[in-house]
Each structure stands twice: as structure tokens, then as C-alpha cells.
Design a protein around this ligand. Sequence first.
Ligand SMILES: Cc1cc2nc3c(=O)[nH]c(=O)nc-3n(C[C@H](O)[C@H](O)[C@H](O)COP(=O)(O)OP(=O)(O)OC[C@H]3O[C@@H](n4cnc5c(N)ncnc54)[C@H](O)[C@@H]3O)c2cc1C
Ligand code: FES
Length: 341
Amino acid sequence: MTAREYTIRILPHGRTLRAPENRSVLEAALEAGLNLPHSCKSGHCASCRARLLSGEIHYPRGRTAGLTEQEAREGYVLLCQAQPRSDLVVEARVVASIEDVEIKTLPCRIAKLRRLAPDVMQVFLRLPAVEALRFEPGQYLDVLLDDGRRRSFSIASPPHDSELLELHVRHVPGGGFTEALFHRVHEGALLKIEGPIGQFVYRESETPALMIAGGTGFAPLKSMLRHALERGSQRRIHLYWGAREAIDVYEEQLVLEWTRRYPQLRFTAVLSEARSLDEGFAHRRLGWVHETVLADHPSLDAFDIYAAGPPALIEAIRASFPAQGVRADRLHFDSFDYAPR
Ligand SMILES: Cc1cc2nc3c(=O)[nH]c(=O)nc-3n(C[C@H](O)[C@H](O)[C@H](O)COP(=O)(O)OP(=O)(O)OC[C@H]3O[C@@H](n4cnc5c(N)ncnc54)[C@H](O)[C@@H]3O)c2cc1C
Ligand code: FES
């Protein structure tokens, strides 16, 4: 039986698109080339929250953690979860400049693979000579698998260094894509990617920034840092990188070299599972990265905050930072949720 289709009108863009009853409004919009705000696509991060002005939607998995009961009562919906059950009018957030960036599906070749840590692979992708991928520092791409599923990875290289796209991929034991990447895929292999995606992007400003990475959450922040530093920004930035052990702060030496070259950059590595700190590494601390940031900055209202990493870290930041004065419009985050089944 073919799925029923409905008409979705997206404000304030004024775009109209068709969406079948078995796809989320977000999927339909992305397929139609409309890059609506989103991040996790699994109902947790609330990046895709929008107001339903008219029509009926359905959540096949029920209401997810990204939407409170109160928000649902006020007419908010999560577009990554909501499927249409009638024609809809939806008011989405607008993120300046991003909706102009074209999402492309491109073949690319794995040019280089390098082990950064026991469970992290640095992957360099070469795009076809005639194709460029325009993106903003912080955005991610989807690797399209043969069976139609997709896996998201942040772009670690900055837009001005676009010859090879750099990714940092953590091995998920038994994971459909990363298991193959770590054990069967070789340099020269072909992949299909789609991007750029996401609204986690760097905005230049004179406001000091705190950047908070959990594990491979360093990837989008590396793109942002290289973008800012290599293009002459004098902004004061403090990078906090949380990981289990020192070996998991897999580009520690590179960041230390940056701090010597760019005095406006500070760096703290926060280790959650190390027992003690080695001498000669004054930038290392023990504990949880978000708690270290809170302890260092009793007042967060003077900072822009960029945070990326596992959902638990992002949830902890969203729950605890507002009490120390962070402004909602200054808190930018990317939650590395796993692909929905
Ligand atoms: C916007 C965005 C950006 C991301 N950027 C990055 C990035 O730069 N680098 C990076 O390494 N990851 C990143 N991720 C996470 C990454 O997409 C997933 O880890 C990846 O999809 C795993 O693919 P897989 O096919 O190997 O595993 P899957 O086949 O998807 O997973 C296999 C099983 O393991 C579970 N699982 C998946 N991941 C984990 C995990 N980490 N721990 C425990 N259980 C898990 C799944 O629920 C599933 O049951 C990002 C995610 C998002 C949403
Ligand atoms: S909750 Fe929809 S994209 Fe995260």
C-alpha cells in the first residue's frame, strides 16, 4: 500500500513540500533541499523544535526526551520525530545563512586512514575534482550506507582547507559502519556522502568562547578552531577536552602547539578515568569536563559556548549551565546521538 502524502508549509521560509505519512517532516524537508535546524535526529537534542500552527502530527515512538510536556502543550513539536497526519503549517527556527548552503550527495574516496587513538580513526576523504563541498565550520556529513541507512560524522577540517575532508571516527564495537571502517575498509575505497548538514556552526565575535569537547566531539571544534586561528581571529578561546585517559585526548600535542603559536587560545584536558596526573602536563586535570568548566567559571554569562560530544555530556551541559548564567542564545551544541534504527 502506498503511503498517503500531505502538504507541509514551512514558515517563515514560505516553502511548501510534500511529505508521506511514514517520514518525519525533517526528513521530507532535507530531501527537498531545505536545511532546517536539527542535530541528533533522534528526538533528544531539541534542535529541530518548531511550532505547529495547524494540522495533526503523529510520533511513532511517542514523545521523546527533547520535548517537555509543557512545550508539547504550548504547540511545539520535534520535526525529526513528527510524521504528518494531515496537511501542516509549521513555524521553524531560522538560522542565518545556513539555509542557503546547498546539501549535496557526492561520491568520494578514502584518501588516507590514520589511527589517532586505539578506538579513533582519522579519515581523509577526497571529493571528485569538479565537486566542492561548501560548508561552515562545525557542520557534519552523513555517510550513506548501501542499505539506505546513514551515519553522521562531523567535519574536522576547516572550509578554507577543502582539498581533503577530515573526519574523526570512534569505533563502535559491532557498529554497522565503524566496524567495517576499522577492520575491512582500505585507503582508496569509495564512499557516498551527503552534506553539509547541521546548525552547529561557528560565528566570529569578540565575545570570549568556551569550547567543550567530549571524545571525538573535538572534531567539529577542530574545524572551528582552525577556521578562527588560521584566519587571524584574536578572540579569546578556552578549549576543554574531556576524555577517559590521556591517550584519548588524541591530538593533545597539536593543541599544545597551537597554544604556543596563538596566545589567545587556552587548553585544559580533563580525564575522567585517569588515577593520577603525570608531571609536566600542567594543562591536564582529573574529573568530568562540564564540572571542570563550571568550577573554573562561576559566572558563564560573558561567554559563547560551543559543546560537542556524547548525548550524556550535552544533556549535563544543558541541565547545569543555565544556573551559572549562560544565555540560551549563546549555548551552541552538537549531540553525537547514534543513528536511529
Ligand atoms: C550530528 C552528529 C555528529 C556526529 N559526529 C561524530 C564524529 O565526528 N565522530 C564520531 O565518532 N561519531 C560521531 N557521531 C556519532 C556517530 O554517528 C555514531 O557513533 C555512528 O553512527 C556509529 O555508527 P555504526 O554504524 O558503527 O554503529 P551503529 O550500527 O549505529 O550502532 C550499533 C549499535 O551500537 C549502539 N551504539 C552506537 N554508537 C554507540 C556508542 N558510541 N556507544 C555505545 N553504543 C553505541 C547503537 O545503538 C546500536 O545498537 C555523530 C552523531 C551525530 C548525530
Ligand atoms: S531532537 Fe530533533 S534533531 Fe535532535
